[in-house]
Design a protein around this ligand. Structure first.
Ligand code: S3P
Length: 448
């Protein structure tokens, strides 16, 4: 299956009890960053557990186009020979980031303070997504960007020849924007400061420190004030990428709603900027045990035992939790439809500018499956039907969005009738072994 090729319909039928271990692939956010930071260090960075999803492969190709040497040694084992901060060459061709908003936005930041130009594009989903949220702060460094109407790709970015450092308060809670500004700040003289009111995933800060950058994070009344000293020499690292908690969410949620299930999911991140879904599920009455807490690849992790949970209750998800579970609302809305009562998700308008408009995609698909939904610009409300299950029997549109495809395939595992997705091909962007892993646990997912 290719996220760039033909649509691939997929069907999920009622599944037996899920049993066994769900070892999900490496974290997508950390995988992108290990390639990009490796490219900014001088010398060889070794990476294990890299997610070999299409999004990350596209970032690896981009790093080569900017002059880094990126080599695959075996499954998940890669090395990057970096060119150093400010050492990027001008790419000879257009940079195609495929489906990846994280890839394109982080790479734009990385080249924005080097005097080269690059033209970026992506698939039909990425070409609809706003880039102004990144190019606006980059313009403060002296970077120029010329894109389509509304700041859309294809877009040419002209790096600042004489960058100045920047102080920027994030207008949206976005780790991609925060990271793009920090990456641009690496090659600006002096101190670049980013202020975030609500904490978002902190992998860039943790990894920049690991690579030897001079970075501090201060908690103030304004929020987190992140200060980065420009022009460091980054030291190559050995990076062990932990498993992706956003991918783990799919087998975890499938087990919660599929009768008789009892599975283990090893190494799930407990990083407070990523674990909002797991806190929410426990509040809903999910039977999850967090065992063997430890550190892996610099992240706090635990092994999860997850059992079928017949007494899930709808809840109101606190708005301030949104950044720590932003990619998990689609699968949460599936779990909510198998809970008793109403689940209210407010403060979620960022979902409208993801790989698809995820509020709309989930609302339309769940409605087609017989679930009552309410929505407005910033809110999604699911009227749960209880553990007896939702009717299903519909074809749901995925709009080139991997998480929408996987969410409806999970819903089909416990719905009364089969659920079809019109296109499962984008699943390869983040979770290439999804179908094999889920069927290995006992799911009945097939192509069709
Ligand atoms: C990501 C940040 C989030 C998230 C995306 C990965 C990252 O996007 O949705 O999947 O790796 O920085 P935003 O920063 O736009 O919220």
């Amino acid at each position: 299956m290719s996220g760039h090729g033909e649509a691939q319909g997929m069907i999920s039928a009622k599944s037996g009890p899920l049993k066994g271990e769900a070892a999900v692939p490496g974290d997508k956010s950390i995988s992108h960053r290990s390639l990009i930071f490796g490219a900014m260090a001088v010398g060889e960075t070794r990476i294990s557990g890299l997610l070999e999803g299409q999004d990350v492969i596209d970032t690896a190709k981009a790093m080569r186009a900017f002059g880094a040497t990126v080599t695959r040694h075996g499954e998940g084992n890669w090395s990057v020979n970096g060119v150093g901060v400010g050492g990027f060459q001008e790419p000879a061709d257009v940079i195609d980031c495929g489906n990846s908003g994280t890839g394109v936005r982080l790479i734009m930041g990385t080249m924005a303070t080097t005097p080269i130009s690059a033209t970026f594009t992506g698939d039909a989903s990425l070409r609809k997504r706003p880039m102004g949220r990144v190019t606006d702060p980059l313009s403060l460094f002296g970077t120029e960007a010329y894109g389509r109407k509304g700041g859309r790709l294809p877009m040419t970015v002209v790096g600042a020849a004489d960058p100045v450092p920047v102080r920027y308060a994030l207008p949206v809670a976005s780790a991609q924007v925060k990271s793009a500004v920090l990456l641009a700040g690496l090659n600006a003289p002096g101190e670049t400061v980013v202020i975030e009111r609500e904490p978002t995933r902190d992998h860039s800060e943790r990894m920049l420190l690991g690579f030897g950058a001079d970075l501090t994070v201060e908690k103030t009344a304004e929020g987190h004030v992140i200060t980065l000293k420009g022009r460091p020499e980054l030291r190559p690292q050995t990076v062990a990428v932990p498993r992706d908690p956003s991918s783990a969410a799919f087998p975890v949620c499938a087990a919660l709603i599929t009768e008789g299930s009892d599975i283990r999911v090893p190494g799930v991140s407990q990083n407070l900027t990523r674990n909002g879904l797991y806190i929410t599920l426990v509040e809903m009455g999910a039977l999850i045990d967090f065992e063997n807490p430890r550190e892996e690849g610099g992240e706090p992790v635990a092994d999860l035992r997850v059992r079928f949970s017949p007494d899930l209750k709808g809840i109101e998800v606190p708005e301030e939790r949104a950044p720590s579970m932003i990619d998990e609302y689609p699968i949460l809305s599936v779990v909510a439809s198998f809970a008793e009562g109403v689940t209210i998700m407010r403060g979620v308008k960022e979902l409208r500018v993801k790989e698809s408009d995820r509020i709309d995609a989930m609302a339309r698909g769940l409605e087609a499956c017989g679930v009552r939904i309410e929505e407005d610009e910033d809110t999604l409300i699911v009227h749960g039907m209880g553990a007896g299950g939702i009717p299903g029997g519909a074809t749901c549109k995925t709009h080139l969005d991997h998480r929408i495809a996987m969410s409806f395939l999970v819903a089909g595992m416990a719905a009364k009738r089969e659920i079809t997705v019109d296109d499962g091909s984008p699943i390869v962007t983040s979770f290439p072994i999804f179908e094999t892993l889920m069927n290995g646990l006992g799911a009945a997912i097939r192509r069709g």
